[in-house]
Design a protein around this ligand. Structure first.
Ligand code: GLP
Length: 238
């Protein structure tokens, strides 16, 4: 595990974009595992900037996102498809046919999870997986580490944390599709991005605490190639 301590959110974002850029330059048909949330927004901005400067070509890049709310359409402003399209895909030369996100409109969970798992496998797995914290994907604290893509009942605390993106707490979907721990751990490299004092405890638990399914991200201690980029506020408990 390599841990880079950086000054702030902007430095974290720039460094993350540089590492992803290096991956794409080294392997133009890389499979990028992408995340949503406020953490990777700055990273995506820097990737767009590099594309606009002529330094990056996404024409052969493929992507697989971690998760999607069950029940939301791509047009819904709170869907992760909408997020990815507006924060990254629309501004780079990626072929949208090469982008993959679980289909929130598929009501049959078993069918959608099996389909998505097969999609990730068919691409040969993820080369570099971007992750935020506390959740990795939508994996909730559980009694065992869920393996593959599955449908999750979101906990009250997740609904509370994510309600800021919705007009009303009752609009937050109660379920989501997410890659499982095995899917995430199969990525060749993991890029964990952490910013802000409110992430200090979970970052410490994740890197230094016991490896338990109640802290799903603690499993990352067992991955052979994890790069953590965390800012000073997030590192305050070390
Ligand atoms: C959601 C996403 C996670 C993400 C988390 C943190 O729960 N499903 O993948 O890591 O939010 O979000 P933020 O980066 O806004 O703190």
């Amino acid at each position: 595990m390599r841990v880079y301590k950086v000054k702030n959110y902007d430095e974290m974002s720039r460094k993350a974009a540089n590492l992803i850029a290096a991956q794409i330059i080294t392997k133009p048909d890389s499979v990028l595992g992408l995340a949503t949330g406020s953490t990777p927004v700055g990273t995506y901005k820097y990737l767009v900037e590099k594309y606009n400067n002529g330094d990056l070509d996404f024409s052969e890049v493929k992507t697989a996102n971690l998760d999607e709310y069950k029940g939301l359409t791509r047009e819904s402003e709170q869907s992760y498809y909408y997020f990815m399209y507006n924060n990254l895909f629309k501004d780079i030369n990626i072929d949208l046919n090469n982008t993959n996100i679980p289909d929130g409109t598929e009501p049959d969970s078993e069918k959608e999870c099996a389909r998505y798992e097969a999609v990730v496998e068919s691409m040969g797995g993820v080369d570099i997986q971007v992750l935020g914290l506390g959740h990795i994907g939508f994996n909730e604290p559980a009694d065992e580490f869920p393996k593959t893509t599955h449908c999750v009942d979101l906990t009250e605390s997740t609904i509370e944390a994510n309600k800021r993106f919705f007009a009303d707490v009752n609009d937050v979907p109660r379920q989501a599709y997410t890659m499982g721990i095995k899917t995430i751990m199969s990525a060749k490299t993991i890029l964990l991005l952490v910013s802000g004092a409110d992430k200090a405890q979970i970052l410490h638990d994740c890197l230094c605490g016991p490896i338990v399914p109640q802290v799903p991200a603690s499993i990352l201690q067992l991955h052979g190639d994890v790069i953590v980029i965390a800012d000073e506020a997030a590192m305050s408990k070390f």
